[in-house]
Design a protein around this ligand. Structure first.
Ligand code: CMP
Length: 138
């Protein structure tokens, strides 16, 4: 069993899709070991996405991610990070496979409903960005 970091982004929270996405997560066999709803400041979003700071979409991405609350989760499952990326689908919803969360709920490459860590190493870093060890139920 291992853990990954997942986020329901502002577009999906604003549209009232939190419950539907959590349902998809649980139906796929993940255990939610931590969860909270928080609003990122622009600085928080810039820190979280620092790896993308040279990208042309960095300003748009960080404005979007800080415009309204997000739901942060820690998910547990065998091969958690790749299983969650499979369930989300491709970054661009128009390229995401049928049955994936981004295909169903994503609206654009930026407003694509969910985020997931892209490696086990980043999962550890992103989990600790949002959660203390006392907030994770083992
Ligand atoms: P995420 O998995 O959260 O990681 C980085 C995010 O950058 C990615 O999902 C996309 O939502 C966003 N992103 C990637 N490419 C673009 C783009 N061309 N324009 C706007 N946002 C983008």
């Amino acid at each position: 069993m291992n853990q990954t970091f997942a986020m329901i982004k502002p577009d999906a929270v604003e549209r009232g899709l939190t419950g539907k996405i959590i349902n998809r997560i649980e139906e796929a066999g993940f255990t939610i070991v931590a969860m909270k709803k928080v609003q990122l400041s622009l600085q928080d979003a810039q820190n979280f996405y620092a790896v993308h700071k040279e990208r042309p979409f960095f300003g748009e991405l960080t404005q979007f991610m800080s415009r309204s609350p997000i739901v942060a989760l820690v998910l547990q499952k065998d091969n958690a990070y790749s299983a969650w990326r499979d369930l989300m689908g491709a970054t661009n919803p128009t390229e995401a496979a049928d049955g994936t969360i981004r295909k169903e709920f994503g609206q654009s490459i930026g407003e694509n409903a969910t985020h997931g860590s892209d490696s086990e190493e980043n999962a550890i870093a992103e989990i600790s960005f949002f959660f203390s060890q006392f907030e994770i139920n083992r």
